[in-house]
Design a binder for this molecule. Structure first.
Ligand code: PLP
Length: 456
């Protein structure tokens, strides 16, 4: 074992600006459309849901956006996050590749999500907002926003997908400890939730339904807005702090990646680690391969259609062009709850169409095998979502071994798995299976995509 293992930056190195990839795109992002008029939405259309600063961050093409000092001040609790060289994993694989990982699990909520939760809470507070509504699946986003709400004095209401609410009480306990109100979705608090329950009283819920409920409440009240933990441009922007730090840390290691790997649910942690590298390439620098890893049971980037679709099930959101499995698609109940979303961030989808990123899909059992190997060599047991990135990095390292190439691989270890022990228990007991979605249901969900006239 030789060479440095930890690459640490001190507090003063917390980035002062986020990186906006919209400044460097060779082709602009397709517009977001109003579902009634099919015309591009303007800032005013989004104003009931988001504060104006965040709406402007959705559309700006300025390359660098200042991170407000109060946000940087909170980041000092856990940022800059460490980067590690995975010497022992490399040795176990017998690969000539160098593997580096950026570890976002050191945040109070245990993942990358507070990077945007803190920023969103700050801009809402600044706009005089008293309450935020949101959805959560497994509870990672809900606990991150609950933490942010506690620090900025904003009430947080979380609609948690009912199966997770019942099966994963510890994340709920964390949200409630931070002071948030947590409701199982579908709930009786909204017209849409009551409608779903009247048709299916024991409905297990879905992210799409929970989003509809959170949006419904936020749209009705002036003092309340909605917060989303992934997918939107401003969320991806906030996550670029991860890749900006990683570039500086790799310089300490005298390295630059040949491959950058991240897992994709809605696309935010993947964007966070990769966009600063893609941007550097677009501005004339080296162009590493960029690999998005998604679950085979919810394969929006590899099997979905690139089309305009709604972000939610009740069709209250605007239409965005993205890789989608259809807004009515219900993915099977595999363990990486954070990856069970029917769509993909429009920016990530756009980069895929432009050929600037690659995508692969893996099954959950092989991802847990990768996660357990990572735990046994590097000591950190990853979140089930992060196991997809670990699997992707291991596959790249094994390719390097076959080809005899000493490449440099960087991946985002976006969260730890300490709240996901049931999944690891099921894996150890051999009870975890590879779930597949129904081709028939996928075809049906895709046939229900809204028809949008091609722009002239
Ligand atoms: C929420 C979550 C994800 C999926 O969301 P992205 O926006 O794709 O990053 C992945 N990993 C962890 C640990 C999460 O909490």
């Amino acid at each position: 074992m030789s060479g440095q293992t930890k690459f640490l930056l001190d507090e003063s190195r917390i980035p002062k600006r986020w990186y906006n990839i919209q400044a460097d795109l060779p082709k602009a992002l397709p517009p977001v459309l109003h579902p009634g008029t099919m015309k591009p939405v303007g800032p005013d259309d989004l104003a009931p849901l988001f504060p104006m600063e965040l709406i402007m961050q959705e559309v700006t093409t300025e390359r660098e956006i200042d991170i407000p000092e109060p946000v940087r001040d909170v980041f000092r609790l856990w940022r800059p996050t460490p980067m590690f060289r995975a010497h022992r994993l490399e040795q176990a694989l017998g690969t000539p590749a160098r593997i580096f990982y950026k570890y976002e699990g050191v945040s109070p909520a245990g993942s990358h999500k507070p990077n945007t939760a803190i920023a969103q809470a700050f801009y809402n507070k600044q706009a005089g907002i008293r309450r935020l509504t949101t959805e959560t699946g497994a509870g990672q986003w809900g606990s991150s926003l609950a933490f942010a709400g506690a620090l900025f004095g904003i009430d947080v209401t979380v609609f948690q997908v009912r199966v997770s609410y019942n099966q994963k009480p510890y994340r709920r306990a964390l949200m409630e400890s931070y002071g948030a109100r947590c409701l199982p979705s579908p709930s009786t608090e909204t017209a849409y939730g009551r409608d779903v329950l009247s048709r299916t009283p024991d409905h297990p819920g879905s992210l799409g339904i929970a989003i509809s409920e959170a949006v419904e409440i936020a749209a009705q009240r002036d003092d309340t807005k909605y917060a989303l933990g992934s997918v939107l441009n401003h969320v991806l922007l906030h996550q670029t702090i991860v890749g900006i730090e990683a570039i500086e840390q790799l310089q300490m290691a005298d390295a630059y990646p040949d491959v950058v790997v991240g897992c994709t649910g809605g696309g935010s942690n993947f964007a966070g680690i990769s966009f600063p590298f893609i941007g550097a390439g677009l501005r004339g620098g080296a162009k590493p391969r960029i690999v998005a890893v998604e679950p085979a049971a919810c394969p929006s980037l590899t099997r979905g259609r690139y089309a305009y679709d709604f972000g939610d099930t009740a069709h209250m959101t605007p239409l965005t062009k993205m890789h989608t499995l259809g807004s009515t698609f219900t993915p099977p109940g595999f363990h990486a709850g954070g990856l069970r979303y029917h769509g993909m961030a429009p920016l990530v989808s756009h980069l895929k169409e432009l050929g600037l990123i690659e995508a692969v899909a893996y099954n959950q059992v092989e991802c847990f095998e990768a996660g357990v190997l990572f735990g046994r060599t590097e000591g950190i047991l990853p979140a089930p979502e992060a196991n997809h990135a670990v699997k992707g990095a291991i596959e790249e390292a094994l390719r390097c071994k076959r080809e005899g190439r000493a490449e440099t691989i960087l991946f985002n270890l976006c969260g730890h798995g300490h709240f996901d022990m049931q999944a690891y228990m099921d894996f150890s007991a051999g009870k975890l299976t590879n779930q597949t979605y129904s081709e028939e249901e996928l075809a049906m969900a895709l046939s229900g995509l809204p028809s949008v006239p091609e722009p002239a």
